[in-house]
Design a protein around this ligand. Structure first.
Ligand SMILES: Nc1ncnc2c1ncn2[C@@H]1O[C@H](COP(=O)(O)OP(=O)(O)OP(=O)(O)O)[C@@H](O)[C@H]1O
Length: 250
């Protein structure tokens, strides 16, 4: 692996992500503090932390949307991201949104395959405004997957969905992850979501990784299993030491 002294390198590495001494400041206010983090190839990592602790800032850097950093960041060239808001272009039909930005001519077959994978191939030729929230989020996932990422960055992708749809889309992400074998970094406010999906949960506090938990439970995970309940209690206590996490309850 090689990495630039300060910036984002995209050379293949033994890990999918390697971060060394990453710092980011806005207007003199340091948001990420000399952060170190490795994510293994194919590993599913969830990132929890109270509002404003720097989760999205880290994700944006890994997505290549922010390069004004100190430190070393190595990420795979093939990476894609999905956010809380699906960010579909309203003047393009669904399938065109999926393959937008891919090199070459817009490949309808490719888009249909990706939409089929997320269960909404029948919505390929409609306008984005006619989609439900859950459908739009599925299109956003299809758009990320069509790039065949080695690293998938998810910033609260289920945050705006109702509980039932949220459960379905979570299940879909778990299945896609197992099928594609990509590494995933999921930013969430939801302790249970993190424990249901991830191999490892990180708790961030004021721009540092404050705690780390390996989730050594078989899938599909049972929220009521004593081991699950105990891991949940540990995460909540870690979060409680700092500030109450929005959107969770004990
Ligand atoms: N472009 C920017 N300019 C100035 N400050 C910024 C910018 N982006 C983020 N910040 C600041 O950096 C800090 C961390 O923001 P970030 O969005 O990473 O937090 P977060 O943990 O993702 O929060 P949330 O859970 O609320 O989404 C905040 O204080 C925020 O105001």
């Amino acid at each position: 692996m090689t990495a630039t002294a300060s910036g984002t390198a995209t050379t293949a590495a033994s890990h999918s992500v390697e971060i060394r001494g990453l710092s980011r400041a806005f207007d003199g206010h340091t948001v990420l503090h000399a952060l170190d983090l490795d994510i293994g190839k194919g590993e599913f990592v969830a990132l929890l932390g109270h509002s404003g602790c720097g989760k999205s800032t880290l994700l944006r850097i890994l997505a290549g949307l922010d390069e004004d950093i100190d430190g070393e960041v190595t990420v795979p060239a093939r990476r894609s991201a999905a956010f809380q808001s699906p960010r579909l272009l309203p003047w393009l039909k669904v399938w065109r949104n999926v393959v937008l930005g891919l090199p070459g001519r817009a490949d309808r077959e490719k888009a249909l395959k990706a939409l089929d994978e997320v269960g909404i191939a029948d919505r390929a030729t409609v306008w984005p405004k006619t989609l439900s929230g859950g459908q739009a989020q599925r299109v956003s996932l299809a758009r990320a997957l069509v790039r065949e990422p080695e690293l998938l960055l998810l910033d609260e992708p289920f945050g705006a969905l109702d509980a039932l749809t949220r459960g379905r889309v979570q299940q879909l992400v778990a299945e896609l992850w197992q099928r594609h074998g990509c590494a995933i970094l999921l930013v969430t406010h939801d302790v249970e979501e993190a424990l249901l999906l991830a191999d490892r949960v990180l708790v961030m506090d004021e721009g540092r990784i404050a705690h780390e938990l390996t989730v050594d439970l078989p899938r599909s995970r049972d929220l009521t299993a004593p081991e699950f309940v105990s891991l949940r209690a540990r995460l909540l206590s870690w979060l409680g030491v700092h500030r109450t996490l929005e959107g969770t309850s004990s």
